[in-house]
Design a protein around this ligand. Sequence first.
Ligand code: GLC
Length: 747
Amino acid sequence: MKATFKILSTALVLLSACGGNPNSGSNSQSAEDRFVDSVVNSLTLKQKIGQLNQVTAGQVEEMEALAASGMMGSILNEANPQNLNRIQKAAVDNPPHIPVLISRDVIHGYKTIFPIPLGQAASFDTALVRQGSEISAVEASSDGIRWTFSPMLDIARDPRWGRIAEGYGEDPYLTSVMGAAAVRGYQGNGNLSKPTSMAACAKHFVGYGAAVGGRDYNSTYIPMRQLRNVYLPPFRAAANEGVATYMSSFNDNDGVPSTGNKLILSDILRGEWKFDGFVVSDWFSIGEMVNHGFADDMKHAAERAINAGLDMDMVANAYKDNLEALISEGKVSEKTVDNACRNIVRIKYRLGLFTNPYISTSQDVKYAPAHLAAAQKSAEESAVLLKNNGVLPFKNFKKILLTGPMSDAPHDQLGTWVFDGEKSHTVTPLVALKDAGYEVNYVPVLTYSRDKNLSNLSKAIAAAKTADVIVFVGGEESILSGEAHCLANLNLQGAQSQLLEALKKTGKPVVSVIMAGRPLTIADDLNNSDAMIYMFHPGTMGGPALVNLLSGNVTPSGKLPVTFPKSVGQVPIYYGQNMTGRPASGHEVLLDDIPAEAGQTSLGCTSYMLDAGFGPLLEFGFGLSYTSFEFSDFNINRTSFSGENDEIKVTFLIKNSGNYDGAEIPQLYVRDLSASITRPIKELKAFTRVFLKKGESKKVELSMPLSSLKFFGLDDKEVLEKGKFTLWIANSSNVDKAAWKCDFEVK
Ligand code: GLC
């Protein structure tokens, strides 16, 4: 009670500076600004610097002392509510009585684990992504976590990069709408002061996914126009959604580490996007500017970071140890520190921490049935059917031979970046198939994804004789994707492909299920499977989701959010590339067809690989269904448009012409045929999910504002250019198979 009184009295003192009612704002300066200014103006320089300091969890007594000293603006990696209340009390009871911002990596769930973000992107269901983030916030905030380092908005076009798992894939539009949905879900659907909300964090700002060679932390060389047109849009969408924080990325882009990059942290983020939250560094990334060779020492790194606009120092102690000296030496102005402190206090105010700093440790919402149901729905919608020769859904199969290293892998099924989800709550395919009443003969053969020991192969082959169907569940252990976990070879690990090949030879139908954190090079495995379902690490309820998909209770509807290469030699490969001056025709001569002593130019001179052709194994937006859909009756509102507020609307009919209820995801792609700079051969600009019972038809509208045709051109200005465009309505980015194509013009 005493502590609460203290914070309330402090808040009241400070609020009185705002004229009492915290919501009054009729004067020129809002109540929020008045409150924030009153707090910051009441602080000593040391206390201001304390707000810029984020520490990682340690002995609770040490954390209490640091909080009491006012040098803990934020803490991460502590999730014990009792400890957090103790730390919070120490901060609130002692000057300057400012609550600590408690943070954690809640990336795809807190206790209830959802599919990894790359999987959630495959659902093309923004409402479900928002719901998942909202549930994550409800569970995490019940333990006192009020700030998550999510969503990750890095465009990733290189599956060698382990962190492709954590984002929403290769496309700027899909990543933008998914990221905005996640921000909305975390941040209380626009009400950040709800005690069940969390401040979100748009990371890693910016360009981190373009690491050279797909090797994490490596340099990136993204020119300004590509930064503007490909890598920045999702972060801009997060700003438009009101994201509370950003995190600077580890990479140096074209020689400048993001953590010290004024152009992105100040000029673009605040100057152009009017962002008024705060920017936190990534783990020790201020200190890493010394490694980069961008700072002489930690003090110089602190100077370069704060002057670039980096507000909070994650665990480097660079600000805590150096800012006072830098100010006294005139290298950093106190105003700069004031602004950083103001940004941080503003977010604490919006979170309601000044009036509600503590958590009630009585509520327990973790693993609530509704949360598990949402996680299962997310896992169902995130699954992508890559092949099906008719073996799915199960007809009268009762006896299942279940094999493969991910069949009963409760830890690995959860995927990367899971600190609080417990594997004891994971429902694996083995458990779920048994619960569903199937007669399961479980012969894993391989006990983990990298396992090369096939000594039990004969047992599986023998077991196949009495099985109606073989279900192989393989993929990657969770440690093989995520931060610092990059791969030069994307084939299934260990002896999984050999196992599949042997299973195929039994002549029994083989259904493969892959649980991975990235696209893998699975061409041979597809050939050895009668059907394949790709479940990017599906989370806690992956097992029941899979059973619903195999049995046909749910029809797969996922679409690939990232291109699958034929081989790692094709990487980077993505659908939104430029046309080039010599686009592949699709009729190129491939390796095996090259005649002996072929003439120098006899094979044609276009952009392709002799041993891989031009296209990928599976394209962005691809995904099969158990049913079939027919698109018809297309109409476009006009074919001539002008002005960015104009809107293109395409209506059409979709019919479920097959035998199963299911959802389709019609996609709208556009190409700018000729512009002041070369433009992508196609860009996703709209999509929707349409659920149809078998035989049902629905009228659908896909629309896009003309403003979405804008791009940053030669003079680094965003322009909508006049000219001719082509639009497709398709069910994947393979527009050669589009249901409809239409040319239009911007005048
Ligand atoms: C890590 C990651 C970042 C994470 C942070 C805190 O190094 O790069 O995504 O949020 O540190 O754990």
